[in-house]
Design a protein around this ligand. Sequence first.
Ligand code: GLU
Length: 306
Amino acid sequence: MFRTTRVPRALCVLSGALALLAAACGKEGSPPGKGPAADKLPVYQVAQGFALPASRTWTRAKKRGYFLVGAKEDQPYLGEKDPATGTYSGFDIEIARMMSASLGFPPKSIRFRTIASANRETALQNGQIDYYVGTYTINANRKKLVGFAGPYYLAGQSLLVRRNENDIHGPHDLDGKRVCSAAGSTPYQRIKADYPKAIPVAYDTYSVCVDNLLTYQVDAVTTDDAILIGYAAKAPGELKVVGRPFSEEPYGIGVPHGDTALRFALDDALEARERNGDWKKAYEATLGLSGVPAPHPPAIDRYPAS
Ligand code: GLU
C-alpha cells in the first residue's frame, strides 16, 4: 500500500532551500528525494554461521528476525529518510548495514527507527532499539548509561550561518546571538557551558534549527562539522560553515549498557570493515559527496567492561 509521509511544516519551509525535501511537500506521488545512488553503494558480505549467544541484544534480535537500529532521518549524507519511500540512507546508515552484515544479518533484516539526540540513551535502555548509529559522540557521561563501539569517525563542533552573515567567524563572536542546537546534544551543552553570553535555543532536530536560521529566527546553528557541511552543501546559496572546529566529537555505535559481547563484536566488525575497504567505499558513496575526501578512521577504543 502506498502512503504519503507527512512532513512537518518546519521542514517544508526549510525545503524551499533544500530541494531534497521538496518532493515530500508536494502532492501525493511526488518523486522521492535524492539520496546516494543505490548502485553506487557497497554490498557487504554477510558473515555465515555467526553466533553471539553471550549478547542478550543479539540473541533477542535473532529471535525477532531483524535488528532494530536507531538513526537520524534529517541529516544530509549521514542519516536521511526518503519521505516518499521511507528508505534511510547516508554514512551512518551504511555503518549500520555493514555492522548488521558482520553480525550475520542479511540486508533485509534491519529496520531503522528515528530517534532524536535527547532520546538515545532511553531508547537503548528500554530496548526500543538494539543499537544506534547517528552522529553519537562517545563521552564519559554517556558511557555511564550506554556502551559505545568505535569510534568510526571523528567530527568537531562548528558553526553554520547565513551566507550574508559577516559578524560570526567562530564561537567567540556569539555574544548576544541566538544559537540553535539539538536538545541533549554535546554542542548544545558546550555552548551553554563555555559561551555563557550566547543565547542558546534548542529544538529536537538540527533541520528545525536550519529552518529557523533561514527565516532569521536564530543567528547560527551549532553542531558537528560533518552535519553542518551537509546542510550547507544542500543550500550553498543560502548557508555557509564558518571557522574551525572547536571540539572533538568521536562517533560511536551506541549499545545497551553492559552488553560487552555486542560492543566488542562491533569493534571487531568495524576494524575488519576498515581493513577490507568497505568503510572507505561507504564514506565515498555518502558523506564524501559533500566534498570532503575520506579521512583515516580513528583508532578503535576497546575499553574494558565497566
Ligand atoms: N555528536 C553530537 C552529539 O552526539 C552532536 C550530534 C547529535 O546531536 O547527534 O551530541
